[in-house]
Ligand binder design. Sequence first.
Ligand code: FAD
Ligand code: NAI
Length: 474
Amino acid sequence: MSKNFDVIVIGGGPGGYIAAIRAAQLGLSTACIDEWKNDKGGPAPGGTCTNVGCIPSKALLQSSEHFEHAGHGFAEHGIEVKGLKLNLAQMLGRKDTVVKQNNDGILYLFKKNKVTFFHGRGAFVKADADGYEISVTGKTTETVKGKHIIVATGSNPRALPQVPFDEKLILSNTGALAIDAVPKKLGVIGAGVIGLEMGSVWRRLGAEVTILEALPTFLGAVDQQIAAEAQKLFAKQGLTVELGVKIGEIKAGKEVSVHYTDAAGKDHKVQFDRLIVSIGRVPNTIGLQPEAVGLALDERGFIAVDDHCRSNLPNVWAVGDVVRGPMLAHKAEEEGVAVAERIAGKHGHVNFNTIPWVIYTSPEIAWVGKTEQQLKAEGIAYNAGTFPFMANGRARALGDTSGMVKFLADARTDEILGVHIVGPMASELISEAVVAMEFRASAEDIARICHAHPSLSEATKEAALAVDKRSLNF
Ligand code: FAD
Ligand code: NAI
């Protein structure tokens, strides 16, 4: 039986399910195909983000932070905790419940918006004048047809050559979110976003964590003043990061042994109870059969698209991790909405210059726009202003005074070019900077806006004032 739709979305992660909802809202008959299975074999839409990414990692970051506060932070507030114990099974179970709530929420939203959901793998079969035939293979195989196809098939973790993930000893993000006993010694390869977030979770729960990073600089994409501050704070917490290493042989037996050469050229062999490999992700087109219709991939395996997410084929679009650009859930969502609107004849847009980044460590790291090193490389004259949380009343009351807010503004026009934060609730504070940059505000604009007292956001205002060397509280 053939079913015809205006739009078929392949992949139900944040790029795909949001595109499907928006297309349906715009009156297009829409289907979304997603193959993710829960532990009972049922549908679990939401993709990497919901199942083994953003949501479960933030659930564990929150739980592990509570545990650390109860163990080390509460005493300062005059709260004594006796007999503190970790119930890891309960903590992991709570994380799974949060994931399921999100899966169920998406299925509910599909129903509410009249998106037809198919649980199975979508693959291109053929194209003709009316559109594209897509096979859906789940418990059975059926064929559906769409005038427009949006590919949102996401990404997979990159493995080290010759070291496949077994998810028992050598873990991708999937295994790293489900370790059933706190490892005594945890190794992490790659000091990127996942390495720092998952390393933080297991360190707070009691593991001795060593992160091995190939590059000589810590968080090279982050403003280096912010990265240096974060590195200092992580070292104080006992999160060991070794930079400039070269990973050699890795052997898994009862434990995992890792050979590596350090930055000075000295050889090491270390034993870990578990090893997380977090060295980036690769686009996923497994089983999609792009060749059946001649859908072009680029040299790195991403679906080749233009700035508007158009592929080389008419009416075939692609969004999210499977196309160029940052691998972030909110970037995928923005592209999904923009494509649905373009299909409906509207003018969807994504501003790639104002996509915020957040690393959910403690303190959090968040930024938008250009770093100081980028401005220097591009020869753009700028003024910088910083303000430390140490001088912010709310941060002192919270007992979390680490870090700073940093503004970078055009030297001639004062337009905000970048905002960088390491500190408490940086993930929430960065939104003000994103809004300001979308409206092309100047640092002076933020400096003149009344911010509530006492609030962490006053540090943002003060950093904006500091651009003109007139911060008030420092
Ligand atoms: P995905 O979420 O990967 O979804 C793709 C979906 O398509 C999957 O369900 C897959 O099963 C399905 N699929 C693939 N092929 C087919 C097919 N042929 N047929 C049917 N279905 C198919 N980003 C953030 O912005 N904030 C965070 O805090 C954050 N934390 C993260 C933490 C971790 C540990 C990881 C790994 C990632 C994190 N990310 C975070 C990144 C974020 O998860 C991704 O950028 C986002 O999920 C990409 O969305 P997507 O829709 O492109 O793809
Ligand atoms: P990443 O790109 O953030 O970091 C990978 C790190 O591994 C880099 O520092 C790289 O230099 C290093 N590396 C690469 N090869 C290596 C090797 N052979 N030996 C040692 N080090 C090596 O990738 P990560 O952490 O795997 O995360 C993937 C993506 O998922 C992120 O880039 C991000 O887009 C997304 N993500 C986003 C989160 C967020 O928004 N908070 C959280 C987690 C993931």
